[in-house]
Design a protein around this ligand. Structure first.
Ligand SMILES: Cc1ncc(COP(=O)(O)O)c(C=O)c1O
Length: 421
């Protein structure tokens, strides 16, 4: 990036995806058809990429997860084990079916479900477990699957941050029984909006497909808005513009006690009384989403490859910086570095020190839910999740980071940490 200014993220959406969006939005508006065939093509290409038998496009990962639980017959009095460091919307789905989310701790430096904590959380009522491959880091799936099979527990992988990552050479999403993914504009690949469920179980796929088919199509207006936002994000994080526009706005916003990017893209943590009606009323994917998804699938290995190169460089270069703790990876894990998450006891001071050196960072959107007002009745002792939540910081690791940016980032982190030690 020019002028030593590095954005916290940059989208995979580019002018090419914008042109594809325009073409398919225009065609859909003209003939109003062709959605089904294109969506089926995208679903089957995605299933092939993951190695699963079935893929069903859904409007969001949380709704896909809800439909998965429903199709598996999870209901009153059942328990679903979820990691304590996760996205609020996942545990929030479980009580909607009369079941209980049971929080299990994560590894302090891996940030993903600890197999021993999973084992300790099992009761005779446990029906499913959700290994979340958080920050692009696959869980120890051999250990988790073995424990789950001993106790007849369904394994639902959360691949929302890890599409394309592998564990022991196998892609995540085909290491458990079922999986879900999400493709918003800030994810490693995007379909403007929307998500996917994969499974080898024909009955589960059929049940979810019927629920989606009963709803209406995704709003074309909303998709056009997402395409415009994607293009604006691409422009705003482009080296020629970022230093002069977004970076000064972020610095100023933070001086005033706000984070403009977090405010724009964040979602308030909440519980639900019922599944939001718009999931059903606009559940069916449009051809434009499928067309963008197919193009992105052609780029995914390059996009993830650039993340992996950047992430491995940071693993090595930041391993011995005073005060800084770098991530660890579970056995067999081949992360895609969706985020590069370090810990520092003075995390907020580190953020500030990095921003003054031109590097924008974020604390991200995950919550620690072992002891959280939103899920008070399900409180559980999860000290690693709580500590990670207090100390974690996402460093830029996106595919558009150039080797020069990487060097600047490493030097900035070293200098910032030394200034705080
Ligand atoms: C780990 C994880 N799981 C689930 C979700 C929910 O995805 P969606 O917004 O599509 O429901 C997210 C969203 O970012 C996530 O990061």
């Amino acid at each position: 990036m020019a002028f030593g200014r590095i954005p916290r993220f940059s989208p995979s959406f580019s002018p090419v995806e914008a042109a594809i969006s325009l073409r398919w939005l225009a065609q859909g508006a003209l003939d109003g058809s062709a959605d089904t065939a294109k969506v089926e093509e995208w679903e089957s290409e995605f299933a092939r990429y993951i190695g699963a038998q079935h893929a069903v496009m859904v409007p969001s990962a949380r709704f896909g997860f809800y439909l998965l639980l429903k199709s598996l017959g999870v209901g009153e009095g059942d328990e679903v084990i979820v990691p304590a460091l996760t996205y609020f919307a996942i545990p929030a789905m479980v009580p909607l079916l009369g079941a209980r989310p049971v929080f299990a701790d994560v590894g302090l430096r891996t940030h993903v479900l600890d197999p021993d904590a999973f084992r300790a959380a099992i009761t005779p009522r446990t029906k499913a477990v959700v290994p979340t491959h958080l920050f692009g880091t696959p869980c120890d799936m051999d250990a988790i699957r073995e424990i789950a099979h001993e106790h007849d527990i369904q394994v639902i992988e959360d691949c929302a941050q890890s599409t394309g990552a592998r564990s022991r050479g196998q892609r995540v999403g085909h290491l458990g029984d079922h999986a879900y993914y999400t493709f918003g504009l800030t994810k490693n690949i995007t379909t403007l909006s929307g998500a996917m469920v994969t499974t080898d179980d024909a009955n589960v796929a059929h049940s979810i497909r019927s629920e989606i088919a009963a709803g209406g199509p995704t709003s074309r207006r909303k998709l056009a808005k997402e395409a415009a936002t994607g293009l604006a994000m691409w422009a705003a994080t482009h080296p020629a513009l970022y230093w002069a526009t977004v970076h000064p706005a972020v610095v100023l916003g933070n001086k005033l006690g706000e984070d403009p990017i977090h405010d724009r893209f964040g979602e308030a943590e909440r519980r639900y009384d019922e599944i939001p009606g718009y999931y059903y009323s606009s559940s069916k994917a449009r051809a434009v989403q499928a067309a963008v998804g197919l193009h992105q699938l052609g780029r995914i290995d390059d996009l993830n490859g650039a993340r992996i190169r950047n992430g491995r460089h940071l693993d090595g270069a930041l391993a011995h910086v005073p005060g800084l703790t770098t991530p660890e990876y579970p056995p067999g894990s081949e992360p895609i570095y969706m985020s590069f998450v370090v810990h520092h006891p003075r995390r907020n001071d580190l953020m500030e020190a990095l921003r003054s050196r031109g590097v924008d960072t974020t604390v991200g959107y995950m919550g620690a839910f072992g002891d959280h007002p939103l899920f008070q009745e399900y409180a559980a002792d999860c000290p690693n999740a709580a500590r990670a939540f207090d100390e974690l910081l996402h460093l830029p690791v996106h595919p558009n980071l150039s080797p020069t940016d990487r060097d600047h980032l490493v030097e900035a982190v070293r200098a910032a940490c030394l200034s705080l030690s």
